[in-house]
Design a protein around this ligand. Structure first.
Ligand code: TYM
Length: 334
């Protein structure tokens, strides 16, 4: 790459709605870290999105702070990426409103994650329905072309692309169509072994929990429901514990074989998984504790991130206001 080459931009967002868990890490955060050196990367703590489920101010502030610590601990380097709090840049919400006027209601009503969350008992608010429209605005306000996300978010990204096409059809080719970047992890299942691991389902393995807490959570995981007795052969393909071993050691095929032949029991396989999870995140946990000891660090990182991205987003919004005819005409003064 020559020095004059403009690097492609990456954007992704994560909700401050609870502690980072294995699904977040394996599905998305691994790629946040991998892409920060190759691309101009922007990562957002999307607190406007989290308002759909976090309804208490002090809790929102605390979870936002914690999420920044999580992201720094897993390896994001504020010198190599911009870390932002969505609500520090309210133009995200402004662009979402403009997109709302281009999006038929039927597009958002059929979004699988909307139906899932509503069925999980998340309040069925306008915000929940509009969630993917704000997500599209988050991405394209920076004209980001790549979006590291877990596979559970594939439909949202497809919708972002449709929204961009609808806007561009109406107003001209302002936005690029963003593309998803996936890790090799599937949608990670929760401790129940059935549903997607998610904060709202309450079936997560938080990556920065105390080692004893991780041991306790993993020990309660549901394995192959047909393996009742220790001597019953297991089916690793339906056992989430066996599936997760894939990400925690080269010997996962042997581990799965041990289950299949009943050479090993579920308890042992879980104990090994818990220890491997604890070991993998140990250095990150230590780093997180160091970072947490400096109370001003998080806000300094967020202020620097907002300052870095503000010119990009302002340039986009000038184009959008010009194309749509809203706001004071360019060149006039107040
Ligand atoms: P959130 O906070 O629910 O999830 C953050 C990231 O973690 C991934 N993820 C998973 N991946 C695999 N298996 C799982 N069980 C699992 N659970 C979570 C998600 O795919 C996501 O990448 N809607 C976004 C937040 C967002 C966003 C954006 C993302 C708002 N604006 C713009 C990208 C670009 C979300 O799911 O957050």
């Amino acid at each position: 790459m020559t020095e004059t080459t403009v690097r492609e931009r990456v954007f992704s967002g994560i909700q401050p709605s609870g502690a980072s868990h294995l699904g977040n890490y394996l599905g998305a955060q691994v790629n946040y870290v991998a892409l920060q050196d190759q691309y101009e990367a922007i990562y957002g703590i999307v607190d406007y999105h989290a308002l759909t489920s976090v309804h208490e101010g002090e809790q929102m502030r605390r979870l936002t702070h914690e999420m920044v610590l999580d992201l720094l601990a897993v390896g994001l380097d504020p010198d190599h990426c911009a870390l932002i709090r969505q609500s520090d840049l309210p133009e995200h919400a402004e662009l979402a409103w403009i997109f709302n006027t281009c999006v038929p209601v039927s597009w958002v009503e059929r979004t699988p994650t909307y139906k899932e969350k509503r069925d999980e008992g998340v309040e069925n608010s306008m915000g929940l329905l509009d969630y993917p429209v704000l997500q599209a605005a988050d991405i394209v306000i920076y004209k980001a072309s790549r979006v590291p996300i877990g596979k559970d978010q594939a439909a949202h990204l497809e919708l972002s692309r449709e929204i961009v096409r609808a806007f561009n059809r109406r107003y001209g080719p302002i936005f690029p169509e963003p593309q998803a970047v996936f890790t090799d992890a599937p949608v990670v299942l929760g401790t129940d072994g059935v549903r997607k691991m998610s904060k709202s389902a309450g079936n997560t393995i938080p990556i920065f929990a105390d080692p004893d807490e991780i041991r306790r959570i993993v020990q309660k995981m549901v394995t192959d429901p047909q393996r009742i007795k220790r001597t019953d052969p297991g089916r690793p393909e339906v056992c989430n514990v066996c599936q997760l071993h894939r990400f925690f050691g080269e010997d996962y095929l042997q581990i799965q074989d041990g289950e299949r032949t009943a050479r090993t029991g579920c308890v042992e396989t879980k104990e090994l998984l818990a220890e491997r999870i604890i070991e993998r995140f140990r250095p990150m946990r230590v780093r997180r504790e160091e970072l947490a000891a400096d109370p001003g660090h998080v806000e300094r990182v967020l202020a620097a991130g907002a300052a870095k991205v503000r010119p990009i987003l302002e340039a986009t919004m000038r184009e959008v206001r010009e194309a749509t005819g809203i706001g004071r005409p360019a060149g006039t003064t107040s």
